[in-house]
Design a protein around this ligand. Structure first.
Ligand code: 73E
Length: 820
């Protein structure tokens, strides 16, 4: 393979020497004493040596050219393992494979030694990782800013079917080979304290923050290697350390810091990732994480700006700062504070800069996920920032008064400050008011943002609200994870598609080609076998690869409706045992999902699926037609083996609630047919692949809203539909929990007496029908082959390269810079 990248410089002998050197000097092992993990670490370090060199070179060239760049601020980057992916981007996969073979090693085995850096919860964090990959691949200058959590997302195991969480020390004892510490980039961050007024030399009365304490930010860089080019961008992760010596006396001083903070140590700030997806817990330490992240990142952006010889007035010309949801919103008052208090700009001059620097992405409409912080908490931890937020709101309210004179209801609705028992700061409102662009993450979601979430803002700020449909990187999510399909695609349309995913449409003309269909299905079968082997080895469950592999992998949340999937499984169980004429093609239902540790019903659903799995997998009456597998510890590296093996992709959220979804894109790209509601990016997937190649069911957004308005009555469905009734009632028996009836009734209870908040019962019948259609169509293998090929061929739109180009053209206005 020819590449413009690092390939030309690769010297096998030198590389082997470097690996052996790291084995000895970095990891204190000899080739005789080294185990597989030490070898992986040494290989990782030898590769990181190459990429760190390129990172510094990229940094230098971009600074010299003083080009506009984007700063992607996110509390989460769910990057997954880096070694295999970076090898592909560097164009060194085959070369390194051969080199390690000469050392008596197998590259595939070594790659399995890497623990996933799980610095994110789910879609939002994984999107940030795909975006960094696409920025580097297309050489749009960028820095990713995140947190260096000591513990990533908890690892999950099952005990008696229940989820058990364990801490995830992702770096291991030896440290992560790809990261490099940058001591010269350290920052000091203030917290708590007070604001004082003083008169400066020019006689102007000024305000300034006097923090009660400070903590230190240490920068760790992970290399984001550009695919097939020489650019390497930093993913800069901040670690919080207490300054030495830690000023405990002052810290404990009740005058400065309330007693509730007495137990806090600065080292705690980046200790652990909050394990909530689409849910805001409002914890003090979380706000501290957010501010620490923003303070370090803003300071670093300004450092780069000045180091390149620029003036503060040119900040908006050279830097854009993208806020990944509201989690980094406090960056806005932080920049305003620095511009006003430190650079002595007036409010209008500061606002003119700040409001042209920031842009904000909204990822969710779920009310429980929209961040609100109590005014008193912010005022306590960040008193100057609270003053600035009040001033932003005051000026904004003047604007609202001009537009809607005397309309206090609109004012109450739009205000950044929510009045009530305790005043709250609405972070999304702060974002919309203070940024130059706001975007949703799929066409439907962006419409709902305009129509339902921010209609008045849309009137006040015409043109500010955008759509950028999400995407996924085809490097990791096809080329790396599915080598079999990659080879087949290469043979048909050449090797440029990983950088130009639209080219996949060239496969469409083979959709009817019998020989191609056979080969495509053979690749799928091999991938199913690879996954079946994994399940056999790790879970002791035997799977038949002739069965339909039906996959739902995503965080566990009621709105994602894993319990709808469960009810369908129960209905099949019921029919197989009670309807003599019922027949179905063998099906394996595959789940993987973590539940937030405090989310009781989500954990009940995991327990129920595990219990049903125990029973159906061992029930001879079912004749092997029904299997259920709940794969523990869902993570990026597991997705990489499940996705290529999937026949059916479950995207069954209540319409209007899944902003986009990105697993839906990965699964379709790898040839799974979607069964889904008209929600999020499903709508656009349908548009691309055509209605015949997707299984759509369920209520539409406006039907959902109408039904909720009119009062959804779950019992109406229960009484009218005997299959639904039988399925639900199974949850009240001891069929799956012998001797313990009632262990699964919480789910039934929630659906029937809890009002069924996500309209599971309303969509059940249509869902069952869609599954019957899948069953029939799978049996006709030629038909199925055509549909699955067309899915791969027609989803080129969902490359994150396209998403990034949308951001670049409509929001960031960057120019690509080719590093020499
Ligand atoms: O639909 C997904 C979307 O594909 C959405 O639920 C998810 O973001 C993905 C990427 O755009 C998301 N995660 C969060 N909000 N939306 C979230 C909220 C709070 C904490 C952590 C994550």
């Amino acid at each position: 393979m020819t590449t413009r990248g690092q390939t030309q410089q690769f010297d096998k002998a030198l590389f082997k020497a470097s690996v052996e050197k790291h084995l000895v000097t970095t990891y204190a092992k000899t080739p005789e004493t080294a185990d597989s993990r030490s070898w992986y670490l040494a290989v990782g370090k030898a590769l990181a040596e190459i990429s760190t060199g390129s990172l510094l070179e990229t940094e230098k060239q971009l600074a010299e050219q003083n080009v506009r760049s984007v700063n992607y601020l996110s509390l989460e980057f769910l990057i997954g393992r880096l070694t295999g992916n970076n090898l592909i981007s560097m164009g060194l996969y085959e070369e390194v494979s051969a080199a390690v073979e000469e050392l008596g090693l197998n590259l595939t085995d070594l790659l399995e030694e890497e623990r996933d850096p799980a610095l994110g919860n789910g879609g939002l964090g994984r999107l940030a990782a795909c975006f960094m990959d696409s920025l580097a691949a297309q050489e749009y200058p960028a820095v990713g800013y995140g947190l260096h959590y000591e513990y990533g997302l908890f690892s999950q195991s099952f005990e008696g079917g229940h989820q058990v969480e364990a801490p995830d020390a992702w770096r291991g004892i030896e440290g992560y080979p790809w990261e490099v510490v940058r001591p010269e980039l350290g920052q000091t961050v203030g917290l708590f304290g007070s604001v004082e007024t003083y008169t400066d030399k020019a006689g102007t009365i000024c305000r300034r923050w006097v923090p009660a304490m400070t903590v230190e930010g240490v920068a760790w860089d992970l290399p984001i290697v550009g695919y097939d080019n020489k650019s390497v961008y930093p993913l800069r992760l901040w670690e919080c350390r207490s300054p030495a010596p830690f000023n405990l006396a002052r810290f404990n001083d009740g005058d400065y810091v309330g007693a509730q903070y007495g137990q806090l140590e600065a080292g705690n700030v980046t200790k652990v990732l909050y394990p909530n997806d689409n849910h805001d817990q409002g914890k003090t330490l979380r706000l501290m994480q957010q501010y620490f992240h923003c303070a370090c990142s803003i300071a670093d952006i300004l450092r780069r700006h000045f180091a390149a010889g620029n003036k503060i007035e040119d900040l908006a010309k050279l830097e854009s700062i993208q806020l990944n949801d509201t989690h980094p919103t406090i960056a806005i008052p932080e920049l305003m504070r620095i511009l006003i208090d430190e650079h002595k700009l007036g409010w209008d001059a500061a606002w003119a800069i700040s409001s042209k620097v920031f842009a904000y992405t909204n990822h969710t409409l779920l009310p429980e996920a929209l961040e609100r912080w109590s005014e008193s908490l912010i005022a306590d931890m960040l008193p100057r920032h609270m003053e600035i937020i009040f001033e932003i709101n005051h000026r904004f309210m003047t604007l609202v008064e001009e537009k809607w004179p005397g309309n206090n209801e609109i004012k109450r609705k739009l205000s950044i400050i929510e009045e009530g028992q305790q005043r709250m700061v609405r972070m999304a409102n702060l974002c919309v008011v203070s940024t130059y662009a706001v975007n949703g993450v799929a066409a439907l979601h962006s419409e709902l943002v305009k129509r339902d979430l921010f209609p008045e803002f849309n009137e006040l700020f015409p043109g500010r609200l955008h759509n950028v449909t999400n995407g996924v990187t085809p490097r990791r999510w096809l080329k790396f994870c599915n080598p079999g399909l990659t080879e087949l695609v290469n043979e048909k349309i050449g090797t440029e598609w990983p950088a130009k995913l639209d080219q996949l449409s060239g496969l469409a003309k083979f959709a009817e080609d019998k020989k191609f269909q056979k080969r495509y299905l053979a690749v799928k079968k091999d991938n199913k076998q690879r996954f079946a082997d994994w399940v056999q080895d790790n879970m002791g469950i035997e799977l038949d690869t002739n069965a339909i592999f039906d996959v739902q992998i995503k965080r566990l949340h009621e709105y994602k409706r894993q319990h709808l999937n469960l009810l369908h499984i129960l209905s099949l169980y019921h029919r197989l045992l009670n309807e003599p004429t019922f027949d179905m093609h063998p099906r394996v239902f595959i789940f993987a999902a973590k539940a937030a540790p405090g989310y009781a019903l989500a954990k009940d659903i995991i327990f129920a699926i595990n219990k049903v799995a125990d029973k159906v997998n061992n029930d001879p009456r079912l004749g092997g037609k029904l299997k259920v597998v709940f794969v523990p510890d869902y993570r990026v590296s597991l997705a990489e083996i499940i996705i290529p093996a999937a026949d059916v992709s479950e995207q069954i959220s209540t319409a209007g609630l899944e902003a986009s979804g990105t697993g839906n894109m990965k699964l379709a790209l790898n040839g799974a047919l979607t069964i889904g509601t008209m929600d999020g990016a499903n709508v656009e997937i349908r548009e691309e692949v055509g209605d015949e190649n997707i299984f759509i069911f369920g209520l539409l957004v406006d039907e959902v809203l109408k039904q909720k308005e009119e009062g959804h009555d779950p019992y109406r469905y229960y009484h009218a539909d005997s299959l639904l009734r039988a399925s639900l009632d199974l949850l009240n028996t001891d069929e799956f929990t012998p001797g313990n009836p009632g262990q699964l009734s919480a789910i039934r209870q929630n659906l029937l007496d809890g009002g069924d908040p996500y309209l599971v019962l309303a969509d059940f019948a249509d869902y069952v029908k869609a599954h019957e259609k899948i069953d029939a169509e799978y049996r006709d293998q030629a038909t199925w082959a055509r549909k699955t090929i067309l899915n791969t061929a027609l989803v080129g739109k969902f490359s994150s390269d396209r998403s990034i180009r949308d951001y670049v053209n409509n929001i960031w206005k960057l120019k690509a810079v080719s590093v020499k």
